[in-house]
Write a protein that binds this ligand. Structure first.
Ligand code: URA
Length: 252
């Protein structure tokens, strides 16, 4: 692959030594566009929702606007009390690639968009290194990014099983609506939710799983990679495996 200067810089930023898997040769050039404006909830002062009263019904048949509305109004668990706003997801509604993370942090809770903090910068670099973006582009290049839960856990604590369970129908429906060709599950909670597995990431990565029939690649969460630089090259391997897998899916 002929790496552009920009790609070299991004890989360098990821801490990845350069090598070129042959499978990446047909990838389009990376798109360098700014983020679209974050989609916010109503932003204004609102009454704090009471948990337990608002488990949405009929999520499995909702279209995008109904699903977004259901998330905005959800009060199925106690996380609704501490959130500034819900964080629905962002990207192409029919993206070929779907990225599933964990939960909104402080920045995401402020801006209403997943992965806009430090780990989001790394995620964007990782995506850009393989020709993908969250900014507006064709469905082959513009990813869809969602979290397993849509509200920020207080103090960025881990999501609790009950919270994951209450939020799961939203993610299931997002996957059904996007119909991605490949899913990247980033980190422990994405894996728990999508694969029902408590195995460590290190044991699940490196092979192709399936979710709703869609090939799924397990990789490290960007926040973990920021703390464990030595695993960045493994994350790069995971991205390459995802590229190869998608190429095989697309092969005539
Ligand atoms: N980490 C996640 O998993 N998701 C976000 O949106 C932000 C950080």
């Amino acid at each position: 692959m002929g790496w552009t200067e920009r790609q070299r810089a991004m890989l360098d930023e990821m801490g990845v030594r350069l090598w070129a898997p042959p499978e990446t040769q047909t990838l389009p050039a990376p798109v360098d566009a700014p983020h679209p404006p974050a989609v916010r909830g109503d932003g204004a002062a609102v009454a704090v929702p009471r948990p337990g009263g608002g488990r949405p019904v009929g999520v499995e048949a909702m279209d995008w606007p109904a699903l977004r509305e259901a998330v905005v109004n959800c009060s199925a668990c106690k996380l609704c009390q501490g959130r500034r706003q819900t964080v629905f997801g962002v990207g192409h509604p029919h993206a070929h690639w779907m990225v599933v993370g964990e939960a909104p942090g402080e920045q995401e809770d402020r801006q209403g968009e997943p992965f806009v903090g430090k780990s989001g910068q790394l995620l964007d670099n990782m995506l850009r290194a393989i020709g993908l973006t969250r900014a507006q582009a064709e469905p082959a290049q513009q990813v869809y990014i969602a979290n397993t839960i849509k509200c920020r856990p207080p103090g960025n604590r881990n999501p609790e099983p009950e919270e994951l369970a209450q939020c799961e129908p939203f993610l299931i429906r997002q996957v059904e609506l996007v119909k991605p060709k490949i899913i990247l599950a980033m980190g422990r909670f994405a894996v728990q939710s999508l694969l029902r597995s408590n195995e460590p990431i290190g044991r699940l990565r490196g092979r192709v799983h399936r979710y709703q029939g869609v090939p799924l690649i397990v990789t490290y969460h960007p926040a973990y990679l920021l703390r464990n630089l030595e695993d960045k090259s493994r994350a790069w391997d995971d991205l390459c495996l995802a590229l190869q897998t998608l190429k095989a899916v697309d092969a005539p």
